[in-house]
Write a protein that binds this ligand. Structure first.
Ligand code: FMN
Length: 354
């Protein structure tokens, strides 16, 4: 497993980890989302039920381990640790892009471990929007997947030295993939966000689930630039909108929206749920604990997130994730500016528990 693609998987992990080591809790737009504290609203944590309906599934909690790895030996070990944590905590999990498997079948085991370690769990395959409906069907079959994440990553492909550029085919391709596969499709970004306009277009294409994967966490424009000899695309770092801004921009009708991108801890999950996300997915923060393949540490980290999610729901007085959508939310700084420019009633958001 030493092809360019296989090596790229390892490089991505290495570069993401280097940037996380420099600043593990980098400030981002989630900091501009404040939940108003009401001192008498708290409830007994025993009353909190995190179960969440997403698409056709009932998830144990509004949390997903997002698509990251597979395709090389070391990323196979990461997938194993993540799969065990997913199994032990009932957390749905997605694979990294399975494009490599289609051309290099000997990499399958590094993805298949997600299903083998977690036979009864909810597992998603992952593929780029440029791949064919037949390819989409194949990766779903190969993984025994319950759903398919299709990623749209124009900024990443633009900066990636060996990136593809056929962006104008993506919309038609997504429509064909949705028609072709027998499982639900979740269209996702990889860190640049899905605008209101994009969510409207996806809905019109028949997509019923989308993950905004916004700016503020893993930054693939920066990661790919670090792989370029001249590092000449440095100025594209931070391209796109944050998950917070994307959530404020969701149109009607739209696919059911998951949020991700820069989720650093369980409070960010709660903030995203309060802004209307049905569930939240996390990549980089879970990679940081699974990177050495230590399943015991990874299980413990996932358990901690579940426990803290329950605790914060109780603190805010939300018995379910849906109850968070009536919590008072104050927006500050750049997020407030974005909300005003896009016509969001920020005053109503701040006083909605009345
Ligand atoms: C090492 C790494 C590899 C990734 N590979 C993929 C991928 O193959 N397919 C995909 O859709 N997203 C991929 N992502 C993007 C994540 O799914 C997620 O959308 C993005 O990292 C934003 O979340 P975060 O800020 O929590 O990391 C990857 C992320 C990381 C950290």
């Amino acid at each position: 497993m030493t092809s360019v693609r296989s090596a790229r998987k390892d490089e991505h992990v290495q570069l993401v980890m280097e940037s996380r080591r420099e600043q593990p809790l980098r400030p981002n737009d989630f900091d501009d989302v404040e939940l108003v504290h009401h001192a008498l609203d708290g409830i007994d944590p025993a009353r909190v039920d995190l179960a969440t309906d997403v698409g056709p599934w009932r998830w144990a909690a509004p949390l997903l381990i997002s698509g990251m790895t597979g395709g090389s030996e070391s990323t196979g070990r990461i997938n194993r640790a993540l799969a065990i944590a997913a199994r032990e905590t009932g957390t749905p999990i997605a694979s990294g892009s399975m494009s490599v498997v289609l051309d290099e079948p000997d990499t399958l085991a590094t993805f298949r471990v997600l299903r083998d370690e977690n036979p009864d769990g909810i597992v998603f395959a992952n593929l780029g929007a440029e791949r064919s409906p037949d390819d989409a069907r194949r990766v779903v079959d190969l993984l025994g997947a319950d759903g398919l994440q299709v990623h749209v990553n124009a900024a990443q492909e633009t900066v990636m030295p060996e990136g593809s550029r056929g962006f104008d085919r993506w919309a038609a391709n997504i429509e064909a993939i949705v028609d072709a596969v027998e499982v639900p499709v979740i269209v996702k970004e990889v860190g640049s966000g899905l605008s209101g306009r994009t969510l409207s277009r996806l809905h019109a294409l028949g997509v019923r689930l989308a993950d905004v994967a916004g700016r503020g966490g893993t930054d693939f424009a920066a990661v790919e630039n670090a792989r370029r000899a001249g590092r000449d695309y440095a100025y594209l770092a931070g391209w796109g909108q944050s998950a917070v801004c994307c959530l404020l921009d969701v149109p009607d009708p739209a696919p059911q929206v998951l949020a991700s991108g820069g989720v650093r801890h369980p409070l960010d999950v709660v903030r995203a749920l309060a802004l209307g996300a049905r569930a939240v997915s996390v990549a980089g923060a879970f990679l940081a604990v699974a990177v050495d393949g230590d399943e015991v540490a990874t299980v413990a980290e996932l358990r901690r997130w579940h426990e803290h999610l329950t605790a914060i729901h109780a603190l805010v007085g939300a018995a379910t994730p849906a109850d968070l959508t009536t919590t008072d939310v104050l927006l500050h700084g750049r997020v407030l500016e974005f909300a005003r420019l896009r016509g969001v009633d920020t005053g109503a958001l701040a006083r909605r528990s009345r």
